[in-house]
Design a binder for this molecule. Structure first.
Ligand code: ATP
Length: 267
């Protein structure tokens, strides 16, 4: 009986749990006791009008901000003791709203940086080019080329990133994040700056990544059409508090959510 209960509990245990998280900047309460779970293999959409707290929460998940209160658990363990530059190692990958690549490096080198962020080589073995390092390098090269191929970036592999169209740069950023083999992929307004057709393609791509690569996705997005078409679960914030959560249809028709959006300049 106990074992059955345990097995049932494990089956429903969240991959990531946001527990009562608050963030205060000076006198401003940017997040106020927000809690929700992310389950493996699902796409979670995080929505809310301007100033709702989405970016603040995203920055807590990627360890750029330290919550004033609460905890964030990945597979039951707090991530709050990890510095921001170590989150790739524990399986959290992210993209940036305005693209944050190395503009003067090639696509290949940018993606290679992502792949290296998951390895834990030490400087001595790197300098001595030990067998272990050579093997790791070969594995990284293989992984990087597989991802470039997956995201149709092989043709521009040796192109300097700065000269590429914005939509392609966004795909390179996605490739860099995937190269670290994340368990959770945090996407910060991926549809920003894309046209209607590109948003449609992006939606298909995010779903494909989730299905093919066993990645759980958190999507912060203003583009309601994208969120509602691909998210399995939606969390709506307003004034730093959780306003509603549930299926896209349930959240979209929630009277509090409708009121919050009507009262804002969004949409
Ligand atoms: P948007 O959709 O406009 O990006 P958001 O939902 O991402 O909004 P946040 O950027 O998280 O909202 O902001 C939540 C609140 O916290 C706002 O009142 C904002 O002014 C405030 N805030 C955010 N970052 C800081 C900061 N670094 N210092 C002070 N206040 C901040």
């Amino acid at each position: 009986m106990m074992q059955a209960q345990l097995a049932q509990g494990q089956a429903t245990a969240p991959l990531l749990a946001v527990c009562d998280v608050s963030v205060v900047f000076g006198g401003i309460i940017a997040l106020n006791g927000v809690s929700f779970d992310m389950h493996k293999g699902k796409i979670l959409g995080l929505i809310g009008p301007n100033g709702a707290g989405k970016t603040t929460l995203f920055n807590c998940l990627s360890r750029l901000y330290q919550p004033s209160k609460g905890d964030i658990l990945l597979e039951g363990e707090s991530i709050l003791t990890r510095p921001a530059h170590k989150i790739a190692e524990i399986g959290i990958g992210r993209t940036f709203q305005n693209v944050a690549l190395f503009p003067n490096l090639s696509v290949l080198d940018n993606v290679r940086v992502g792949a290296h962020s998951r390895t834990s080589g030490d400087i001595i073995s790197d300098c001595l080019k030990l067998k272990k390092v050579r093997r790791t390098e070969a594995e990284i090269n293989e992984r990087v080329h597989e991802i470039l191929d997956y995201l149709h970036l092989e043709d521009v592999a040796h192109t300097i990133v700065a000269g590429l169209p914005f939509g392609t740069q966004k795909r390179v950023e996605l490739a860099r994040a995937l190269a670290a083999q994340p368990k959770i992929l945090l996407l910060d307004e991926p549809a920003g700056g894309l046209n209607h057709e590109e948003v449609h393609v992006l939606g298909d791509l995010i779903r494909r990544i989730r299905d093919d690569r066993d990645v759980t996705v958190l999507l912060v997005e203003h583009h309601m059409g994208l969120v509602m078409s691909i998210a399995d679960h939606v969390v709506a914030l307003n004034f730093g508090k959780k306003l509603a959560e549930g299926t896209p249809a349930a959240v979209q028709s929630d009277p509090d959510v409708i009121k919050a959006y009507l009262g804002s300049k969004d949409q």
